[in-house]
Design a protein around this ligand. Structure first.
Ligand code: GDP
Length: 362
């Protein structure tokens, strides 16, 4: 599961990506594997792990991870093959969600490709390229489906959906503004892998001078995002780059001085995790306290399988206690004594923050 960072040139994408790689470097001893230079892996900030670590004093604390891909090079005209346009568009197709960086800082030293700072125009420029690319995909698909629709009810239904998306894009709206309640319809739309259907966060990149202040540019981004039901995270990429390089303790001190609780990057990572439809269940013991990533809706045996395939194969039950309840009791064993640990079977849908012990046959 990956998020792709897109945006016009000079809006702060590389700066943000550097912040991500710097923040990730600290986690170098954690289990992940990646070699591609344009992929950054970061720990998902999770205060619950710190709390559990205080209770269990484990040898090791392992957070969940999330991957960001730097997709530089998207420019006006990309869908018409300008720059390395099509190549970048195909990179966006490969990611599961998008972080769209928007320049919301004034700086006469830094040239804006369009000559001025204008978030609305910038967002529309990028979104239009994505729309053009999707229209092309849809046109091919429509042609095929129109033929099939003459003899097939299913194809006729698909044709309806394709036409609905096509007219939405033609009117300048993103496909993700459409809602598909029917599960089969949604599956079909997902299979089209449209750029404009990918869940998106707008990252409003503000100046260090504007931290904690109202910003007119951000307001514009908020309005656009609200219209399409997307989230906005305000960051100052330049500052994030500096913060990310600090050791944990100093980082907290620094944020306190700035009068903010969480860095913009931390907010972005957490929002990205949610956007991908991911949640964490937790395991806690003296060896390790750990967050495990699952898709929302995952059932207990498949969650167990994240730890080890044997756990899934031999799954008997899951002993589950919500994080808050465990903390209130002072530990898993104490919660169990109080009868607050539930025994859940193979149909149990895991919840974010479940602290779990899986029971299984070997
Ligand atoms: P990219 O082309 O989108 O990857 O943009 P860069 O990350 O290379 O940033 C372009 C320029 O803007 C660089 O000189 C950055 O230092 C500067 N920049 C990026 N983020 C910020 C920011 O938050 N505040 C200020 N003042 N400058 C920034």
């Amino acid at each position: 599961m990956r998020l792709g960072i897109v945006g016009l040139p000079n809006v702060g994408k590389s700066t943000l990506f550097n912040a991500i790689t710097k923040a990730g470097a600290e986690a170098a001893n954690y289990p992940f594997c990646t070699i591609e230079p344009n992929v950054g892996v970061v720990a998902v900030p999770d205060e619950r792990l710190e709390v559990l670590a205080k209770i269990y004093n484990p040898e090791k604390v392992t957070p969940a991870f999330i991957e960001f891909v730097d997709i530089a090079g998207l420019v006006k005209g990309a869908s018409k093959g300008e720059g390395l346009g099509n190549k970048f568009l195909s990179h966006i197709r490969e990611v599961d969600a998008i972080v769209h960086v928007v320049r919301c800082f004034d700086d006469s030293e830094i040239v804006h490709v369009e000559g001025s700072v204008d978030p609305k125009r910038d967002i529309e420029t990028i979104n239009l390229e994505l729309i053009f690319a999707d229209l092309e995909v849809l046109e091919r698909r429509l042609e095929k489906t129109r033929k099939l629709a003459k003899n097939s009810k299913e194809a006729a239904h698909e044709l309806e959906i394709l036409e609905k998306i096509y007219s939405t894009l033609e009117s300048g709206r993103m496909a993700r503004t459409l809602k598909f309640d029917d599960e089969e319809d949604l599956k079909f739309v997902n299979s089209l892998n449209l750029l404009t259907f990918k869940p998106t966060i707008y990252a409003a990149n503000i100046s260090e001078k504007d931290i904690g202040k109202e910003n007119e540019y951000v307001k514009v981004v908020n309005e656009i995002a609200a219209q399409e039901g997307s989230e906005v995270i305000v960051i100052c990429a330049k500052l994030e780059e500096e913060i990310a390089a600090l050791p944990d303790e100093e980082k907290k001190e620094f944020l306190k001085e700035l009068g903010i609780e969480k860095s913009g990057l931390d907010n972005l990572i957490q929002a990205g995790y949610r956007l991908l439809g991911l949640i964490s269940f937790l395991t806690a013991g003296e060896k390790e306290v750990r967050a495990w990533t699952i898709k929302k809706g995952t059932k207990a045996p498949q969650a167990a399988g994240k730890i080890h395939s044997d756990f899934e194969r031999g799954f008997i039950r899951a002993e589950v206690v919500p994080f808050d309840v465990l903390v209130e009791c002072g530990g898993f064993a104490q919660a169990k004594e109080k009868g607050l640990v539930r025994s859940e079977g193979k149909d149990y849908v895991m919840q974010d923050g479940d602290v779990v012990i899986f029971r299984f046959n070997v």
